[in-house]
Design a binder for this molecule. Structure first.
Ligand code: GLV
Ligand code: MG
Length: 317
């Protein structure tokens, strides 16, 4: 997996509304993405670009990852979005979110444009990352090539609303279960995106849950993607932030357990511990595969800023 910058909660903030941009600075999601795409009406896009440049340059975002969602390549807006935002505030920008990515060429086109605008502004070429939204049938078919289209790609993001429209799904309830389907209608999509992300060493992010007052419904949807292995989920409302941060971080018990497994495995494979490939941790047998799983949980906990509440004591010989 690429360097694990915690992205448990990814807050959508409409670029057209300076009040929302200001308010978002005080909230505590792991990431914000300032939106020039679907949350901005066509006539509002030019002003939104200016609002976003000003908000990024003013600072005050704390440790949050700062992303901007530009418009997709089938519109007339993408190039201007990238040029205005990166010319105006490239040094303050971590990632560009590219929506409705249908094939790897779209990622490469953004990579090339970014490189030129970075070069023109004396910025490090390649520092700004790309998050690719998978939102239609073509994007899903090409997802592996999209994930490895550029070293800038940091995440694959599922866009359930556009995806449902693209598939002619007969429901308006976004990203959730449906009484007519005996299972999770999004399982295949989520798993395909996740496998492509892991194969390319990038993060996998689940998309929005639109019923913003239904925090329990949000939590249930987030749990489903978290248990598969997703790294985080979009949030559309302050009430969803804490729920996402909690669901996508390991529990304290699992985090402590993972750190203990890592210590116990290190010790048992060392000369002092007898150079053993497998060992007992209490009643549990651990080996290299346990270590691999523990590294994931410990990595998620560390990225979320968790602290251990227990420590490892080597068993007496
Ligand atoms: C997000 O962009 C979605 O389409 O769900
Ligand atoms: Mg979308």
């Amino acid at each position: 997996m690429a360097e694990l910058r915690s992205r448990r909660s990814n807050l959508a903030v409409p670029g057209s509304n300076p009040r929302f941009l200001e308010k978002a600075k005080g909230l505590r999601p792991d990431q914000v993405f300032l939106d020039l795409e679907d949350a901005c009406a066509p006539l509002a896009k030019p002003a939104a670009r200016k609002n976003i440049v000003a908000a990024l340059n003013e600072g005050g975002w704390g440790p949050k990852i700062r992303a901007v969602r530009v418009n997709g390549w089938t519109t007339e807006w993408t190039y201007r979005d990238v040029i205005e935002v990166v010319d105006g505030a490239g040094a303050e920008l971590d990632c560009v979110v590219l929506p409705k990515v249908a094939d790897a060429g779209e990622v490469r086109a953004l990579d090339l444009l970014l490189a030129q605008v970075e070069r023109a502004n004396g910025l490090d070429v390649g520092r700004i990352g790309i998050e690719a939204q998978i939102e239609d049938a073509r994007g899903l078919v090409n997802v592996s090539a999209i994930a490895s289209a550029s070293p800038r790609v940091e995440t694959l993001v599922f866009g359930p609303a556009d995806f449902m429209a693209s598939m002619n799904m007969k429901t308006l309830a976004v990203g959730t279960l449906h009484p007519d389907y005996p299972g999770d209608p999004f399982h295949h999509v989520l798993m395909t995106i996740l496998v492509a992300a892991r194969a390319a060493g990038v993060q996998a992010i689940d998309g929005p849950f639109l019923q913003v007052r239904d925090v329990d419904g949000f939590r249930a949807a987030a749990r489903r993607s978290a248990v598969l292995g997703f790294d985080g989920k979009w949030v559309l409302h302050p009430d969803q932030i804490e729920a996402a941060n909690e669901v996508f971080a390991p529990s304290q018990e699992d985090y402590d357990h993972a750190e203990l497994i890592l210590d116990a495995y290190d010790w048992s494979t060392s000369a002092a511990g007898g150079a053993k490939g497998s060992a007992m941790l209490g009643d549990e047998m651990i080996d290299e595969a346990s270590r691999a799983m523990a590294l994931v949980i410990a990595g998620k906990g560390r990225a979320a800023g968790m602290s251990r509440t227990s420590s490892f004591t080597p068993p007496q010989a």
